[in-house]
Ligand binder design. Structure first.
Ligand SMILES: NC(=O)c1ccc[n+]([C@@H]2O[C@H](COP(=O)([O-])OP(=O)(O)OC[C@H]3O[C@@H](n4cnc5c(N)ncnc54)[C@H](O)[C@@H]3O)[C@@H](O)[C@H]2O)c1
Length: 69
């Protein structure tokens, strides 16, 4: 069972290198906490895959930003 931390809900989170690896895991976990998640990454392919994977999990993604620098 996943723990929900209510104090993380709607908190704005910005993650660099969030498209893969540790960053992607952080993106996903904050989405699960219903935080307002933004991330940047230079890896377009993995970033798009992450966004699709998160959407498939029906997580609340009010402001997930497909920001690629
Ligand atoms: N994996 C480990 O066990 C471990 C342990 C200690 C420290 N670290 C450090 O943690 C960080 C992340 O590790 P990881 O294993 O997830 O690496 P990773 O290579 O899987 O992920 C790094 C991400 O950062 C992105 N990135 C690189 N340059 C960027 C830039 N200029 N702007 C935006 N995004 C950029 C990459 O595209 C990639 O998606 C690294 O700095 C690594 O050295 C990792």
């Amino acid at each position: 069972m996943k723990v929900k931390y209510s104090d993380l809900k709607n908190k704005r989170v910005f993650i660099t290198g969030g498209g893969s690896g540790i960053g992607a895991s952080i993106v996903e976990h904050f989405c699960e906490q219903e935080s307002e998640v933004y991330f940047v990454d230079i890896n377009v392919k993995d970033s798009k895959k992450l966004i699709n994977d998160i959407k498939k999990k029906n997580l609340k993604l009010q402001h997930l930003l497909n920001a690629i620098c």
